[in-house]
Ligand binder design. Sequence first.
Ligand SMILES: Cc1cc2nc3c(=O)[nH]c(=O)nc-3n(C[C@H](O)[C@H](O)[C@H](O)COP(=O)(O)OP(=O)(O)OC[C@H]3O[C@@H](n4cnc5c(N)ncnc54)[C@H](O)[C@@H]3O)c2cc1C
Length: 258
Amino acid sequence: MYFKTIDFSKYSSIKIGQHTEVLIIEKEDIFPKDRYLIGGANNLLISPNPPPLMILSKDFSTINQHKNILIIGASTPTGKIVSYAKKNNIAGFEFLSKLPGSLGGIVAMNAGVKSYEIFNIIESIKLNGKWIKKDNIKYGYRYANILGVITEVKFFITKGFDNNLLKELINLRSNQPNIPSAGSAFKNPQGDYAGRLIEAVGLKGCSKGDIQWSEVHANFLVNHDKGTFEEAKYLIDLAKSKILKEFNILLQEEIKIL
Ligand SMILES: Cc1cc2nc3c(=O)[nH]c(=O)nc-3n(C[C@H](O)[C@H](O)[C@H](O)COP(=O)(O)OP(=O)(O)OC[C@H]3O[C@@H](n4cnc5c(N)ncnc54)[C@H](O)[C@@H]3O)c2cc1C
């Protein structure tokens, strides 16, 4: 393991943060227990004083196929997984296209699009060095009970990469802003949409400094240039308090605030 300084104003998808020392974990290392593990920082909001951070090195960016089993390393970016599935005519990974992140982050968030979620296709997960079957892990909408470090994920292979589904899913993305964001800020509450509620309390398009509740998709916070953590946090807290007051719904952040 070794330390590397990461500039989160460049590394994070929302382009907020500062130069921060991050511990890079390599293949043979023991995972420290006192550090917060990050992936591609596509769902993170980094404060000026984040907890000590760590990240898996490229040693964990691997794809290995043995007959009908696929084992993918946790730092593998989604783009690489979709390319592999396409090239090898494997079904089930189409929804990862344009869903930014590393496989570890995708699994920890049970990320997905519409009814396609990563847990639908997982067989087992290597967590803290031990393989655990999916059925022994609690998971749900944008939630997985992952306590520790995922290093690899196992899938059973089904043949037939679906190019039509891929196109359909890419088209769905046209309702998402194409300026820096961190994906959905809030989880959808049961039976409703966080975006609808944000719009209903008049916050769609509302800004603080360079951060704005997107005009394109109300549940996305976007950074127009030099937005700060404080501005993003202000808008998150404002939406939460207005929605609680007007609808008696307490929204839960999807974005991880560090
Ligand atoms: C433009 C845009 C669009 C998006 N659209 C969607 C969407 O449609 N659907 C959706 O679900 N999400 C969406 N997201 C959010 C994001 O793609 C997902 O949350 C993704 O899972 C983040 O992966 P990451 O590697 O960047 O994880 P990070 O953001 O770095 O971390 C997220 C969480 O994963 C944990 N984690 C990371 N790696 C590991 C590991 N190896 N082991 C254990 N825990 C780990 C971290 O501790 C953290 O709690 C979008 C984001 C952006 C920027």
